[in-house]
Design a protein around this ligand. Structure first.
Ligand code: HEC
Length: 177
């Protein structure tokens, strides 16, 4: 090998080393959401032991605390829906088209990773209604549950769901690389 070729090989190797390794945003997003989902579920199950009316405040307070605690190193995460209970969970702009597509009866409800802007990426995972959710999101709520929800969330649009329905999403916003 002559010197010029050796230099070219070294430069190429250095450039390859400068590039950040590619990130699998779907895998990373799922990994970041895992503790949010687990902690929220156990807070909800624990809250339900004291009854659904008490669990309503668990759901609102703890969901925010858990997502805030896990939103570190420039990562932001949250929950949203096409039929919101709490308007503070409104979708960030980039999420709106994904939410519309999931809610519009899309047969493909698999998680998606997409680029947002300025080189940032987002990750979205659908949330389906399970039987335990119906106590607070179903078609026929107990009167005291309905009253508590109406009092805390006068603009609630998150009832009338059936098990297996699309309820909303978990989302993650990655920082710029
Ligand atoms: C004890 C009542 C209760 C149960 C059971 C419950 N939720 Fe909720 N859910 C709430 C309340 C209250 C809020 C509003 C939380 C807030 O203020 O951020 C909420 C909010 C949400 C949101 C955020 C979007 C929005 O509408 O504000 C999603 C998504 C959601 N629930 C999904 C579920 C799913 C899925 C289940 C079942 C695994 C479930 N919930 C079970 C009471 C409940």
């Amino acid at each position: 090998m002559n010197t010029r070729v050796i230099v070219a090989v070294i430069v190429l190797a250095m450039c390859a080393a400068c590039q950040p390794p590619p990130v699998d945003y779907k895998a990373r997003g799922a990994e970041l959401l895992a503790p949010f989902k687990t902690n929220l579920k156990s807070a909800l199950v624990k809250g339900m032991e004291s009854g659904p009316v008490e669990a309503i405040s668990v759901c609102s307070v703890e969901a925010r605390q858990i997502s805030a605690a896990l939103s570190v190193d420039g990562v932001v995460m949250g929950r949203s829906s096409h039929r919101l209970r709490n308007l503070e969970n409104a979708a960030p702009e980039w999420l709106a088209p994904v939410l519309r597509s999931f809610a519009g009866g899309s047969s493909d409800l698999s998680p998606v990773a997409l680029s947002i802007d300025g080189g940032r990426m987002g990750y979205v995972e659908p949330i389906m209604v399970q039987p335990m959710c119906l106590v607070c999101h179903g078609e026929a709520l107990q009167p005291e549950v309905a009253a508590k929800i109406a009092e805390s969330y006068p603009d609630d649009r998150a009832t009338g769901f059936k098990a297996g329905d699309f309820r909303g999403v978990f989302w993650v916003e990655f920082p710029e690389r």
